[in-house]
Ligand binder design. Structure first.
Ligand SMILES: [Zn+2]
Length: 317
C-alpha cells in the first residue's frame, strides 16, 4: 500500500487525472443544474422537511395534469386524492402516486362529475385500495362518469355523500366538508365538494370548480373559510373567485391548476388582477408544473417561488 501511494505522489500525471475528474464532475453538476427549472433548485425549509420526515408533517402536491385538477395530500403515512385529471391523465396520476409510495388512499374525493376532474379517477379507484370515496349527489350521462360508477361497483366501493360540517381525520391533519350547500340545477360545477384542510395552525381550502352561487352559499354556512393557501376555484375562472369570496378566504397564497394555452383562457385576467391587487402570491401548474407545499404545523413552505408573470390566459374561439 505504502509503495503504491508513494508512486502516485511522484507521478504528476495522477494529479492531472484527479483535476480532470473534478472538472468532469463539476461540468455534469452544472449541466444538471441548468436543466432543473431555476425555481426548483431553491432549498425547502429544513424545518418543514425534517418535520415531514419525523412523520409530523403534511405535504400537498398540486399535480400538473394539464387542463384539469388533481391534488395529492400526504400526512403521517396517510394519503388522500382530490380529483384525478382528465381521461388521458389517469395513468400519469397513478405513476405519481406510486412514486410517492402510495398504495392505499384513505380518502378519494371526486369533486364533481366533469371529465377534467374525474376522467382519470377510474384508473385510481381500480389500482389503489380506496377507503372512503366522496362524490356529490349529482350524476352525469357521460361515458366518463359511467366508467367511474362501474369501477366503484367492480371494487365494491360505496360512495359517501358530502355533508357540510363533517370532519375527517388524515393523520394529524383534519378536513371539514364545506360544500356543496344547496341545489344548483344543471350546474355540475356548483355541486363541487369543497374541503377545508387544517394541519396545526395551517389551513388550506379546495373548492373544485365551485362558481359564484356556490361560493356565496359557502360564505353563509357558518364555517370560517379564512386560510393560508387557497386552490383557486375553477382553474382561475372569472365565474368563480369573486372578490367577496377572496376577501373572506383571505389567503397568502393561491394555487391555480390549468393547462398551457387552454381554450377557456384560464386563468382569466379579472381573477389575476384581483389576486394581484389583494397581494396574494400565485403558483400555477401551467407555468410551473407540479407544485408541492409543506406544512410543519406552523410554517408553510413551497418547493419553488411564486410565479411572477401574472399572465392571463387567452380564450380561443
Ligand atoms: Zn374543471
Amino acid at each position: 500500500m505504502g509503495k503504491r501511494r508513494k508512486k502516485k505522489q511522484k507521478h504528476p500525471r495522477g494529479k492531472w487525472l484527479k483535476f480532470g475528474l473534478v472538472l468532469i464532475v463539476l461540468t455534469i453538476f452544472l449541466a444538471l443544474g441548468e436543466k432543473l427549472p431555476k425555481k426548483m433548485t431553491e432549498a425547502f425549509s429544513e424545518q418543514a422537511e425534517d418535520a415531514f420526515r419525523d412523520g409530523s408533517g403534511l405535504e400537498i402536491h398540486y399535480l400538473d395534469v394539464g387542463q384539469g385538477d388533481s391534488t395529492l395530500i400526504l400526512c403521517d403515512g396517510h394519503a388522500m386524492l382530490i380529483d384525478a385529471g382528465d381521461n388521458d391523465r389517469g395513468t400519469a396520476v397513478q405513476s405519481y402516486l406510486e412514486s410517492q409510495g402510495v398504495t392505499t388512499l384513505d380518502y378519494v374525493i371526486g369533486t364533481h362529475p366533469d371529465a377534467d376532474h374525474i376522467g382519470g379517477l377510474d384508473v385510481v379507484l381500480y389500482k389503489f385500495d380506496c377507503r372512503t370515496v366522496i362524490m356529490p349527489d349529482f350524476e352525469k350521462d357521460t361515458r366518463t362518469y359511467d366508467d367511474v360508477v362501474q369501477t366503484m361497483k367492480q371494487k365494491r366501493y360505496k360512495n359517501t355523500l358530502p355533508e357540510v360540517g363533517t370532519v375527517y381525520e388524515l393523520g394529524s391533519a383534519v378536513f371539514t366538508i364545506v360544500a356543496p350547500n344547496g341545489e344548483y340545477g344543471d350546474s355540475a360545477n356548483d355541486y363541487s365538494v369543497g374541503i377545508l384542510l387544517q394541519h396545526g395552525e395551517n389551513r388550506f381550502l379546495f373548492t373544485g370548480d365551485a362558481e359564484e352561487a356556490a361560493e356565496t352559499d359557502m360564505l353563509e354556512n357558518g364555517i370560517d373559510l379564512k386560510v393560508d393557501v387557497f386552490k383557486a376555484a375553477h382553474h382561475g375562472s372569472r365565474t368563480a373567485n369573486t372578490e367577496e369570496f377572496l376577501q373572506a378566504v383571505d389567503p397568502d397564497y393561491a394555487v391555480i391548476s390549468c393547462g398551457q394555452d387552454n381554450s377557456y383562457g384560464h386563468p382569466h385576467a379579472e381573477v389575476m388582477n384581483r389576486l394581484r391587487a389583494m397581494g396574494i402570491s400565485v403558483f400555477r401548474t401551467d407555468e410551473q408544473g407540479t407544485i408541492v407545499a409543506y406544512s410543519d404545523g406552523t410554517q408553510i413552505t413551497f418547493n419553488m417561488s411564486p410565479d411572477e408573470s401574472w399572465k392571463a390566459g387567452e380564450p380561443k374561439n
